[in-house]
Write a protein that binds this ligand. Structure first.
Ligand code: OAD
Length: 258
């Protein structure tokens, strides 16, 4: 059997006594499901594509066909992807604490596919489509002529993925719930995010200010790393299942009075 990683002193006690654990995830948790991250050197999407040309309201106005086809390509990756042990460990963690909040910057829906019940999606969901003009969510549309964008069946406006582009506000209800969790949690796990995109990047900082313990799970250092209480510098798909299993054993011992 693969050996379990050694965890920093105090981490297991901190998790075992927490009443409310919040988790913030980013693209890194889905990397082991085959979905490229954004900022990893070489393999990250933004190392190969210009976000200004593909993920802004300006790009959608200037070149809707290009934007639509790029997101169609990303949708094809998401359709093929399956949740990995990191996603599944967070499903188990949800059952171990009285209050659990899962906040994600990911648009791939893999937390829900793994079985997480209450996922706060800060940046939308790539598999949903809405009209850029009338705002309605749309499930079916007429296939467009090659290279063109399908039209909204209600108003003939331009259809777009229901994700947040750079320069757009986040869905307000999701952001409010995320802020609420950041301020009230005892522990925040920050998994697989470069922690540079606002406002998500500020959530762990609010948690720290409010007195929570913050745990970062990321093989690479980030601007958040010097501030956190615990760092697990390993891939999420390896370290999260081991962490949750060890926590389960710790809780079972505590309940057994040993
Ligand atoms: P990034 O690509 O910026 O960061 C991914 C992080 O995951 C990096 O810090 C990696 O070191 C780490 N990582 C890679 N593999 C990992 C693994 N197996 N386990 C754990 N960590 C791993 O992605 P995000 O921080 O999610 O926004 O990016 C934030 C936002 O920027 C995205 O939601 C997206 C993007 O532009 C929108 O599309 C609105």
């Amino acid at each position: 059997m693969e050996s379990r990683p050694a965890f920093p002193p105090g981490l297991l006690d901190t998790l075992a006594t927490a009443r409310h654990i919040a988790v913030l995830t980013g693209a890194g948790i889905s990397a082991e499901s085959g979905i490229p991250t954004f900022r990893d050197a070489q393999t990250g999407l933004w190392a190969q594509y210009d976000p200004q040309e593909l993920a802004t309201p300006w790009a959608l106005r200037q070149n809707p066909g290009l934007v639509w086809s790029w997101y169609e390509w990303r949708r094809s990756l998401v359709r093929k992807a399956k949740p990995n042990p990191g996603h599944r460990a967070l499903v188990e963690l949800e059952d171990l604490v009285p209050h659990f909040t899962l906040i994600t910057q990911n648009v791939d829906g893999l937390h829900q596919a793994a079985g997480s019940r209450h996922v706060i999606e800060l940046h939308g969901n790539i598999m949903r489509t809405r009209c850029a003009d009338c705002g309605r969510q749309v499930k079916t549309w007429e296939p467009p002529p090659k290279g063109q964008v399908p039209a909204c069946p209600h108003c003939h406006g331009v259809l777009r993925p229901d994700v947040v582009f750079f320069g757009e506000p986040l869905p307000s209800e999701a952001l409010e719930k995320a802020l609420e969790a950041a301020i009230h949690c005892d522990v925040m796990l920050v998994v697989g995010t470069s922690a540079v995109v606002e406002p998500a990047a500020s959530l762990p900082r609010y948690a720290l200010q409010a007195g929570a313990s913050v745990v970062e799970v990321n093989p690479q250092e980030t601007p958040l790393s010097p501030l956190v209480h615990y760092r697990l510098a390993q891939p999420a798909g390896h370290v999260l299942p081991a962490l949750v299993q060890t926590l389960k054993e710790r809780l079972a011992r505590l309940q057994g009075g040993r």
